[in-house]
Design a protein around this ligand. Sequence first.
Ligand code: UD1
Length: 362
Amino acid sequence: MHVTGARPNFPKAAPVIAALAARGVEQRLVHTGQHYDDKLSRVFFTELELPEPDVNLGVGSGSHGTQTAAVLIGLEALFEREKPSLVVVYGDVNSTLAAALAAVKLGIPVAHVEAGLRSFDDTMPEEINRRLTDQICELLFVTSADAVAHLTREGVATSRVHLVGNPMIDTLLRHLSALDARALRASRPELAGRFAVATLHRPSNVDDPATAARLVEVLRGVAERLPVVIPVHPRGRAALAAAGLESPGIVVVEPLPYTTFLGLVAESAVVVTDSGGVQEETTVLGVPCLTMRPNTERPVTITHGTNRLVTPESVLSALDEVLAAPAAPRPAPEPARPPLWDGAAGERIADVIVDWLSARNP
Ligand code: UD1
């Protein structure tokens, strides 16, 4: 039984579900309803050919306690009824931790896809979700070697840890030829030539009006150099709008479908972001990425990729350097990508799960 809930879960789950289906494993898909807007959820099910969820708990938005508790209550009843052999959770959102906790308390083993990433920043809700989830999982599927080291240091038995690569990158590679931002670019004359893409949605960047205002000032600095398109997540919408985001050279759009967003990223000169997933996707697409955060749980995107960390003070000089540098090949050729980010992570995960299931229920 797979549990998904928020936008970044969907491209991670799709290749795992497809690979298990190809191996004849009986599966159920649960959507917690953490994300419920069509633009954050439904559109991804259609584009990524995810099966219709068997159950949608419809938990919706709320404080961390309220949201986590609603998922726990909903899933506990469901797991008791359905008695899955294994629960598979993805990434680091509140639904991930809640699902792992509900399952393990009922004695149901849990697999965590994208285990072991650490920012060492406990002010990030995701860091708490990651660390606690990893402590209670039976199978830990890891995207990069640094994550294996974190789990070892935290006392997780190495027999549980499987370095399999990155299933989100499976989805990206599978859709490379379908990426298409032509209609969006045609609808906005500013995007005809060279442009940047920005995404900002972390609480640390958009919840405080003063920080959001500083970031809007930075985006205006970006827009003085080249047009910048920003698909605005509902979380940052009010604060960024109040700070005057709508201004010359800044193209504000709604959250975009998968192939449109990544089409735009693939064609952009540079990306400014605070997203985790976008740091990885730009690494593979070969697009320079400036990450507006003091840390990253994905250091492989810096050591093996195109990413660098910036602050509101340093971003414009970093941008000038990027714009002056010769462009790297796009997408990044395979030797330039992190090891095992090769499109076959879902297959490896499915092989481990099938072996594990048959060892438990011969
Ligand atoms: C969540 C994840 C974050 C991930 C992000 C990707 C947690 C703790 N955070 O953050 O790791 O990067 O998803 O999008 O799980 N809202 C809507 N429509 C929706 C969902 C949310 O308008 O469909 C608005 C609501 O005002 C809500 C706010 O967004 O209160 C925050 O939603 P929530 O799911 O709590 O966290 P995200 O900021 O989306």
